[in-house]
Design a protein around this ligand. Structure first.
Ligand SMILES: *Cc1c(COP(=O)(O)O)cnc(C)c1O
Length: 248
């Protein structure tokens, strides 16, 4: 018969291994990020690591607050609320990176430092209204579906000027830049083409809005593509599997 004592010792050993594995993976990601930055002639410090903790338990997230990551990224409102309730993020901030329904906006506005996934006029207005009600300014990114993939979230490129114009008139939101999830591919060349497209869109957005809106964030690149993204100008890479391992 197993006693409670041996069970908890087993638990502890497993946690210690987990922590070591998380630390090793994160160190490796950081090293590769730095290398890509240097290759691109950029400063490693100007690129932020967003740890995508979807599907993870609160205690795994709490463990990872010790790691050299800059903030967490959540793509489900309910998971975000659960982890926040459990104080899983420690002193680190969290970004919302998933599809956000307008009826859940109030659970996220003012609670995350950046909403990366604003993809429609309707959502933009809903966020602005909620932020105004809370008397704060919510930082956001506009998410673009750069290859116009039918089943994907993100606004179409053609809507970008309209979204920027709308945002310019909303005092309670501040657009900081752009985000994309590129088409799934293993081709590093195709990834680079996608990322350079997002970067070009950011440049044209800057021209449109002038100095009033500081557009300096490009969130692009995931576990299998972050080096290409850094070479093309990413300022945030969003890494899930590379830190936490494959999702079940
Ligand atoms: C899951 C997810 C990621 C991370 O993907 P990995 O391949 O696990 O690194 C990044 N961005 C968004 C929006 C995601 O949903």
């Amino acid at each position: 018969m197993q006693t409670a004592g041996t069970l908890s010792m087993g638990d502890k050993m497993e946690k210690a291994t987990d922590a070591r594995v998380l630390a090793q993976r994160t160190a490796e990601i950081r090293a590769r990020m730095s290398k890509a930055a240097i290759t691109a002639g950029r400063q490693p410090q100007e690129i932020f690591l967003c740890a995508v903790c979807k599907g993870q338990q609160s205690d795994v997230i709490r463990q990872s607050t010790e790691l050299p990551l800059d903030f967490f990224g959540e793509n489900r409102v309910q998971e975000f609320l659960t982890h926040k309730e459990a104080n899983a993020y420690g002193g680190k901030s969290c970004h919302f990176i998933g599809h956000l329904q307008t009826n859940k906006v109030k659970k996220v506005v003012g609670q995350v430092s950046l909403i990366q996934s604003v993809s429609s006029l309707r959502l933009l207005h809903a966020i602005a209204k909620e932020a105004a009600g809370q008397k704060l300014v919510q930082d956001i990114l506009l998410e673009l579906n750069i290859a116009d993939e039918p089943d994907k979230t993100g606004a179409s490129k053609g809507d970008l000027p309209m979204l920027l114009e709308a945002a310019a008139g909303l005092k309670a939101v501040r657009v900081r830049g752009l985000m994309t999830i590129p088409p799934a591919t293993t081709s590093s060349r195709e990834n680079r083409r996608s990322f350079s497209m997002l970067r070009a869109l950011l440049e044209s957005a800057k021209k449109q809005v002038g100095k009033d809106m500081p557009l300096d964030v490009l969130s692009m690149g995931m576990t299998d593509s972050f080096e290409e993204a850094i070479l093309e100008g990413a300022t945030i890479v969003r890494i899930g599997r590379g830190i936490y391992g494959d999702r079940k």
